[in-house]
Design a protein around this ligand. Structure first.
Ligand SMILES: [Fe+2]
Length: 240
């Protein structure tokens, strides 16, 4: 059984599920692969995906209603994948940040860095968030091209107290060799907090966690895989 804390399953509000039919097909695939809880995390990225708590709630209600009508056996929650941008501070102050859950009594934020780099200013934003009772979890650091060039940045982010979410497909070679190497070395160093699907569709980035669970079990242990795909996310969601 798995908990998926990062997926783009809400219909029509980002580059994930494009409509309700596709969203339902993704939910069915997740259920078939053993997922019990999904937290929908649409992009909040000013100028690209202009989501806010209201747009997310509306799409969530549509999908939740369809899941209930079809009696699908899954718990759906919603949060967001928030892009690193100056608006983050404003949103935090106005209470407009959707949080994944909690971590050590802090609100847990899934923060996305640009794909190509770890920009200057990341450190100060993370410090500001941490001092405002918001815990940062970095979305898929293993896929960041700046980190590929300078993996030392991973230890800097860990030293700042960031948590790491690694994408399931990175263990399966879906995101180039560099991403796989970093995912494996983070796993070996026990520096990953959760593994999630980051599902966007049914084919290229599907909501299937089982294969990654098996691969992590082989690379490390089944207990470790369970910690990343159930125990840690359950704790973040307040499920015991
Ligand atoms: Fe994502």
């Amino acid at each position: 059984m798995f908990i998926d804390l990062h997926c783009h399953i809400l219909p029509g509000i980002d580059d994930g599920a494009q409509n309700l039919k596709q969203a339902i097909a993704m939910v069915e695939m997740a259920i078939a692969s053993g997922t019990k809880v999904m937290v929908a995390t649409p992009h909040m990225h000013p100028g690209i995906y202009n989501n806010n708590p209201a747009t997310i709630e509306a799409a969530y209600n549509t999908l939740k209603h369809a899941i209930t009508q079809r009696e699908l056996d899954i718990e759906l929650r919603s949060a967001a994948e928030v892009h690193l941008c100056p608006e983050v501070m404003l949103w935090a102050q106005k209470g407009l940040l959707p949080f994944i859950g909690e971590y050590k009594h802090k609100s847990l934020l899934l923060l996305e860095l640009p794909h190509g780099s770890v920009p200057q200013g990341t450190t100060s934003l993370v410090r500001w968030l941490h001092s405002n009772n918001i815990q940062v979890m970095i979305a898929h650091p293993e896929r960041n091209h700046g980190i590929w060039k300078n993996p030392y940045q991973l230890s800097q982010l860990l030293k700042l107290g960031c948590l790491f979410q690694v994408t399931a497909g990175s263990f399966l070679g879906h995101f180039r060799q560099q991403a796989q190497n970093i995912a494996e070395s983070l796993l070996k160093a026990d520096s990953i907090h959760i593994v999630a699907s980051d599902a966007h569709d049914l084919e290229k980035r599907p909501p299937d966690l089982r294969e990654a669970f098996e691969q992590i079990s082989l690379l490390s242990s089944e207990q470790h895989a369970k910690r990343l795909l159930w125990d840690n996310p359950a704790q973040m969601l307040g499920k015991h």
